[in-house]
Design a protein around this ligand. Structure first.
Ligand SMILES: NC(=O)c1ccc[n+]([C@@H]2O[C@H](COP(=O)([O-])OP(=O)(O)OC[C@H]3O[C@@H](n4cnc5c(N)ncnc54)[C@H](OP(=O)(O)O)[C@@H]3O)[C@@H](O)[C@H]2O)c1
Length: 441
């Protein structure tokens, strides 16, 4: 039997404690699967005194994660602290330089420094594995890096944030407002006290940045992602989507176009019959369109201690067996520069909800502006305005009424210009709501 595989784990929070617990509880099964004993020999966290519910008696403690990363007593440095700089960055760099394999769940670190870190791993001839960094427990990194190697990918998209999917699912099922669902998500531990990172789409963007590089063999470019969160979505939009045969999901989409690669995170109308539309609650899903295989969809838990530790262990098992793939699917120096496709050139259908003043000619103005920008309308639905009093015949003629437009395929530029022109004509009361429709089978 080969020597033990000695792990140094930095970060003993949600994921770190789950990882240590699983390794201790499944020692025998892991030994069989990994070809040798997998042992946590050293750990690091901020507070030494905290009771973490795991046995650390025979484990060396390091106050400094960089010292742990460089320690002669480990073969693999497992970074589970988080953050795109500071101790996470310093310790991962130190580990790679010291010739240690690295496993991390840190999407922020990879999205910001992935290519540089990949180079460093190659220079030291070690693995840098990060399955848990994208969609938690779903094995999408290995699938893209290895199992889909025979494909040219045309698009990768997914539900990459469980908090947003939970909120949108509750809004749809129970007709509740966004704020109420967010408060529940916080109460249940699905959302942070400061939920900005999740609900504004930044968390999904980090994961998308990594998926884009894996899908198209290009450098990671997290700063080039168009990001829009879910805070503007109302129950009126969700209800209208349902009536039109769609559901609203926060999607991350990366797609090759004639002008470059589009990367976008935004609320999206997806056909109710599509696989992605059926992913509910905190689950995540990723779909990959490959030229040989067609569409592959993977769904599962995108977060949680055990689910994330499961992905970390898969990376550890690969290292133990000597299975190594280039960090981003090919050698770092062969990654193509990322060429950004501008969002204004994005082509697709659009859902638009307008609050239209009940004035003669208002409807005609909207139709004229759409036509002037070469936008064809698939449907127009005018809703009755809300009746504010019980008085018979009280129809509040001065109040605006919702109008919902679905366009055929057009460009983002045309939509933005048409909506600005409609706004300038003073026929609508509020900022228009615009939700992109994703073409899916
Ligand atoms: N939680 C999930 O479901 C999930 C899913 C996918 C990916 N991830 C990723 O996994 C990583 C860890 O997430 P988590 O949820 O487990 O985080 P967490 O619960 O906040 O735990 C962070 C751990 O890092 C330790 N730490 C922080 N700064 C440190 C320092 N300077 N030196 C040593 N230790 C330090 C903390 O120590 P103390 O305990 O002493 O404070 C804590 O144990 C992040 O990159 C996250 O994005 C998490």
């Amino acid at each position: 039997m080969a020597n033990d595989l000695r792990l140094g784990v930095a970060g003993l929070g949600t994921v770190g404690t789950s990882l240590v617990r699983i390794i201790q509880n499944k020692a025998h099964a892991l030994e069989k699967r990994c070809g040798r004993r997998v042992v946590v020999t050293a750990v690091s966290a901020r507070s030494r005194d905290k009771d973490r519910g795991i046995d650390l008696c025979d484990t060396e403690w390091f106050d400094d994660p960089v010292a742990l990363a460089e320690s002669d007593g480990i073969d693999v440095f497992v970074e589970l602290m988080g953050g795109d700089s500071g101790p996470a960055e310093d310790s991962v760099r130190a580990a790679l330089k010291a010739g240690k394999h690295v496993v991390t769940a840190n999407k922020a670190l990879l999205a910001r420094h992935g290519v540089e870190l990949a180079r460093s791993a190659e220079a030291s001839d070690v693995s840098l594995n990060y399955e848990a960094a994208v969609a938690g427990g779903i094995p999408i990194v290995k699938t893209m890096r290895e199992s889909l190697a025979g494909n040219d990918v045309t698009r990768v998209y997914g539900i990459l944030n469980g908090t947003c999917n939970y909120i949108l699912t509750r809004m749809e099922r129970e007709g509740l407002a966004f704020a109420e669902c967010l408060a529940d998500a916080q109460r249940l531990g699905y959302a942070e006290a400061d939920p900005t990172f999740d609900i504004e789409g930044f968390d999904a963007a980090h994961k998308l940045a990594i998926l884009t590089s894996l899908a198209f063999g290009c450098e990671i470019s997290a700063d080039s992602i168009y990001v829009e969160g879910i805070t503007s979505i109302t129950t009126a939009d969700i209800q209208a989507a349902d009536e039109l045969g769609y559901r609203i999901k926060l999607l991350g989409v990366a797609q090759r176009t004639d002008t470059g690669i589009e990367q976008r995170v935004h609320p999206t109308m997806v056909p109710r019959s599509s696989a992605i539309a059926r992913i509910d609650g905190v689950l995540n899903a990723v779909a990959v369109d490959g030229d040989a295989v067609g569409e592959v969809v993977l769904a599962g838990p995108g977060a949680g201690g055990n689910a994330t530790a499961s992905a970390v262990l898969a990376d550890i098992a690969d290292i133990s067996r000597g299975d190594r793939a280039p960090t981003l699917g090919k050698p770092a120096d062969e990654l193509e520069p990322y060429v950004r496709a501008r969002m204004r050139k994005h082509e697709g259908g659009y859902y638009i909800r307008l609050s239209v003043f009940d004035r003669p000619g208002a409807f005609a103005t909207i139709a004229q502006e759409m036509a002037a920008h070469n936008i064809s309308l698939e449907s127009i639905v005018q809703r009755r305005r809300a009746i504010k009093s019980d008085a018979p015949g009280d129809s509040h003629p001065s109040e605006p009424a919702p109008v919902i437009l679905i366009t055929y395929e057009t460009t983002e530029e045309a939509i933005k210009e048409a909506l600005a022109a409609i706004d300038a004509k003073k026929v609508i009361a509020d900022k228009p709501q615009m939700i992109r429709i994703e073409k899916l089978t």
